[in-house]
Design a protein around this ligand. Structure first.
Ligand SMILES: N[C@@H](CCC(=O)N[C@@H](CS)C(=O)NCC(=O)O)C(=O)O
Length: 288
């Protein structure tokens, strides 16, 4: 008998990945919200004792903490291989292929922000993160991130963004251009015309993709997911966002903190850099 608890945040890419996986495996759990930038709850000693890197999500299985969204997926799939979808295939060549895809679509802290599809989706969230950080007094943000955030790569970025009140424009533009590149790679990858990343079978890669594409839509780059210029992506998004796990793992857990910040940034329209994104995509499509 397993007693599961999950620590996560609603609008967190990695938490969404883990919750989609839990939904696909039909696992129920007690849920604890950890407010990130707006309150800094992940930087408390109590949370750090569960997740030394202070990231969300963390799964607790009978009292044992399991940090990291991909490790959570591996853990639950090993425990219950026969329940719900098999997230990690047993076939050797599929296994290798999945590990290669996960390098691109996981939210790895070891990769430079923006260098993979996973981390670029973190990058384009930065305008919203800046607004949330600005809900807190400058000095308490500096103190928390300088003294309590163990990731020496990330902490200074959060402080800089809080100081400026937004990500540096050149950096955000770089993320947008990288996003154009990664999206075309995914579009090519999906040219196998099958339903899932690995082809016929659903896998952990699809849990990640559901969360990443949701983020793209959330920060108002959603025209990417509806365009006939990217037909494979359009079809894939329809399949993945119509699965019950999309609602059960992502939509049902939103805190509501992001929606007003997104409206402040973009009103009712697309992301401010949507034209830049599309001009890069059109350029890359022409070069093909
Ligand atoms: N490799 C980790 C990364 C988790 C991660 O980056 N989580 C983000 C939210 S999506 C976070 O905790 N951010 C807070 C911070 O870095 O201060 C995983 O996949 O679980």
């Amino acid at each position: 008998m397993h007693n599961f608890e999950l620590y996560g945040y609603g609008e967190s890419v990695a938490s969404n990945m883990a919750r989609v996986a839990l939904a696909e495996k039909k696992i129920t759990y007690k849920y604890n919200v950890i407010y990130l930038e707006s309150k800094g709850e992940h930087l408390t000693k109590e949370y750090q004792s569960l997740n030394p890197k202070t990231f969300v999500p963390t799964l607790i299985d009978n009292g044992k903490p399991i940090p990291d969204s991909i490790d959570i997926m591996r853990h639950i799939d090993n425990l219950f291989p026969e329940t719900g979808e098999r997230l990690f295939p047993s076939d050797t060549s599929q296994k290798i292929q999945l590990e290669n895809i996960l390098e691109e679509v996981s939210l790895s802290e070891d990769k430079e922000l923006g260098s993979t599809f996973g981390t670029v989706c973190g990058g384009v969230s930065m305008e919203v993160l800046a607004n949330l950080l600005c809900k807190r007094p400058l000095l308490s943000v500096i103190w928390d991130y300088a003294t309590k955030h163990p990731d020496r790569g990330r902490a200074p970025k959060f402080i800089l963004v809080r100081l400026l009140g937004k990500p540096p424009t050149a950096l955000y533009k770089k993320f947008v251009l990288n996003l154009a590149n990664h999206i075309l790679t995914i579009e090519d990858f999906l040219s196998h015309k099958k339903d899932f990343m690995l082809g016929e079978t659903y896998s952990a890669a699809d849990c990640c993709m559901a969360s990443l594409l949701h983020r793209i839509n959330e920060v108002r780059f959603g025209s990417l997911l509806e365009s006939d210029k990217l037909p494979n992506l359009k079809k894939y998004w329809k399949i993945i966002s119509n699965r019950p796990s999309y609602k059960e793992g992502i939509i049902d857990y939103q805190t509501g903190e992001w929606a007003p910040e997104i409206e402040k940034l973009y009103g009712n329209g697309p992301n401010t850099y949507n034209d830049l994104l599309w001009s890069e995509i059109n350029k890359l499509l022409k070069e093909k």
